[in-house]
Design a protein. Structure first.
Ligand code: M6R
Length: 608
């Protein structure tokens, strides 16, 4: 997990690389560095800590040159340090490499190279790459990179520059994302599109095992046999501003507020009154849908929580049994899969290593894979049989909010699509449900109007050490997401429990002043939740309740109540999660935490 960039053009490379890295800090931010070629010399500058440290260092000791590579790191092999920061070089300092991914056989390669007299400076897996390129170099950098790639196992997006061939940048990818930006007389490589958007909107999306050779004359895409590859240019239509904060103090808050829009975007041309659900991207046939005997939903973190909501709605509307599992567990067991099993993976980034591995395992067993992802051209989207894109736009805050919301929308759309194709619900029933979901963006706006009361509650509980989230049915799924959001952004220990489980142990933790957030939006479970609120109140808990407008007797039991607008309770998660996102946000701000980049976390977990 890391971000890489590269530049070849007429500008000074250093500011372009640093600016690109600033858009990739969400991929990792424990150290950063650049390698720039000037007058045939290779200069490397790298620093532990945030990108700002590198920027300051480059201000103190400017590096000229218009060809270079850069890296922002999230440590895997070797703790964050100047030595372990990228770029890494060969001993002579003539070859420099940035890498995102993991070289799995690096120990073996390191021993082999050490036996041949090579000396290593870092603890990283990456350092074997420039040493291998050095070992194989016989006058052609591309040949040496190709030979190196044949030796290494694992995942990688790699950028290489060398003073031996000072006009060239070479890049290659396998299982880690990489794009090429095509400007006017200038070219870029990057782990993600926002890094190049200030310069160009024309992009090549690289596939696995493709090599890129860039010099001032242009870009060549080549196979490992050096055969030319033709690729259509992908023109980015979303705005560069979309990746900026847009006036909000943090990306997380901006992204919370973008939710009404992104819900609409995700439904546009798919959910229309009077028309069947239209999923153009999905090729699965009516007959295949009718034959599905089981669905596995596999994902990680927040995406997994969206999957739990998916289970409820798909089973309820489409009457297909669904199992939901975290990808890191699923990939290492032997799930019962046959040709009538549908695998659904959910991944905002489309690059999560465990999710991708689970997808591959399942495909190998012959099941069809439907991916729900936010990133066009991501590895998950390319490897799945069908893709339903969530149109959340770039999500920069590490804590997922708008992507989760659109993943929920995707779950509802898929459930309705299957229900329609299986003739489970009548046209009238489907129209009523469509109307409900089409009204959600307006209702989310109403929930956002409650921001002040949530901010106020956060200011009362931000110093608490523990917080509990309780819910039943779909509210339990929302409680899990609320709890994850709070712990990752504010570092408060929190747990989510199904209300009915309380008496089976967790109630022992409730004492005077324990903060408990209860979610009570499911009409058929409402009275049960009120009993749970009473149980924790009796033991001294401070309770914030989330309930639907009209359920006023909750006020008699909870300390504070946040109401969400009336909605069919099947769709309540789309509204109920918003106050919980805001609670996490304001608690984090009040505690002075790094809201958009919480400690120890990275946006996209591209290693196991
Ligand atoms: O990109 P993905 O949706 O596959 O990422 C999955 C998780 O890593 C992600 O949801 C993570 O849990 C977020 N930090 C949650 O806010």
């Amino acid at each position: 997990m890391c971000g890489i960039v590269g530049y070849v053009g007429k500008r000074q490379a250093a500011p372009v690389l640093v600016e690109g890295l600033s858009k990739l800090e969400y991929r990792g931010y424990d150290s950063a560095g650049v390698a720039i070629i000037n007058d045939g010399n290779l200069n490397v500058t790298k620093c532990k800590g945030r990108l700002k440290n590198l920027e300051n260092e480059l201000n103190r000791n400017p590096v000229a040159g218009s060809i270079g590579i850069g890296h922002t790191r999230w440590a895997t092999h070797g703790q964050p340090s100047n030595f372990n920061s990228h770029p890494h070089c060969n001993e002579k300092g003539t070859i420099s490499v940035v890498h995102n991914g993991i070289i799995e056989n690096y120990i073996e390669l390191r021993e082999w190279l050490t036996g041949k007299g090579h000396k290593f400076l870092s603890e990283t897996d990456t350092e074997v790459i420039p040493h291998l390129i050095d070992y194989f170099y016989e006058g052609d950098l591309l040949d040496a990179v190709i030979k190196t790639i044949k030796k290494i196992e694992g995942s990688y997006a790699i950028g290489v520059v060398s003073s031996l061939e000072p006009d060239k940048l070479i890049a290659v990818r396998k299982d880690s994302p990489l794009i090429v930006g095509l400007g006017k007389d200038e070219y870029f490589i990057a782990s993600d599109i926002p890094a190049v958007l200030n310069y160009t909107r024309d992009i090549y999306l690289l596939e696995d095992n493709e090599f890129v050779v860039i010099n001032k004359e242009g870009v060549e895409l080549l196979s490992a046999n050096k055969e030319k590859i033709e690729r259509d240019i992908y023109h980015v239509t979303w705005n560069a501003d979309a990746a900026e904060k847009g006036g909000y103090e943090h990306f997380m808050l901006k992204e919370i507020h973008e939710q009404p829009k992104v819900i609409k975007d995700t439904m546009t041309s798919r959910v229309m009154p009077g028309k069947p659900i239209t999923l153009d991207d999905i090729k699965i046939t009516k007959e295949q849908i009718q034959n599905i005997d089981k669905i596995y939903i596999v994902a990680c973190g927040t995406a997994y929580h969206a999957g739990i909501v998916g289970k409820y709605v798909i089973e309820k509307l489409a009457k297909i049994p669904v199992e939901v599992e975290v990808a890191s567990e699923f990939r290492y067991r032997e799930p019962l899969i046959n040709k009538n099993t549908l695998m659904m993976v959910i991944s905002q980034s489309g690059e999560t290593a465990d999710t991708l591995a689970a997808l591959r395992e399942t495909k190998a067993l012959g099941a069809r894979v439907l991916a729900v992802t936010n990133v066009v051209g991501s590895t998950v989207s390319r490897e799945a049989d069908d893709v339903l894109y969530t149109w959340a736009g770039p999500e920069i805050a590490v804590a997922s909010t708008k992507a989760y919301e659109t993943q929920l929308v995707a779950m509802y759309i898929i459930a309705l699509f299957f229900a329609e194709n299986k003739n489970i619900l009548s046209k009238e029933q489907i129209e009523i449900l469509k109307e409900e979901i089409l009204n959600i963006p307006e209702k989310v706006n109403k929930v956002l109007e409650n921001e002040k009361s949530i901010k106020n509650f956060a200011s009362k509980v931000y110093e608490y050490k523990d917080m509990f989230f309780l819910g039943r049915g779909l509210d339990y799924a929302v409680a899990m997401e609320g709890s994850l959001k709070l712990k990752e952004t504010s570092y408060i220990h929190s747990e989510a429990y199904a209300g009915g489980e309380l008496k089976h142990g967790p109630i022992a933790l409730i004492e005077d002043g324990t903060a408990v957030v209860t979610i009570a939006t499911q009409d058929y479970l409402f009275e049960k939740m009120v009993s749970n609120i009473k149980e924790v109140k009796t033991r001294g808990a401070k309770v914030l309740a989330l309930a639907m407008e009209g359920s006023s007797n909750v006020e008699k039991t909870a300390d504070e109540v946040i109401y969400i607008p009336q909605v069919n309770s099947l769709f309540a998660p789309l509204l109920a999660v918003i106050p919980l996102q805001l609670l996490a946000y304001y608690t984090s701000v009040k505690k002075g935490c790094d809201v958009d980049k919480p400690r120890n976390l990275a946006k996209s977990v591209t290693v196991e």
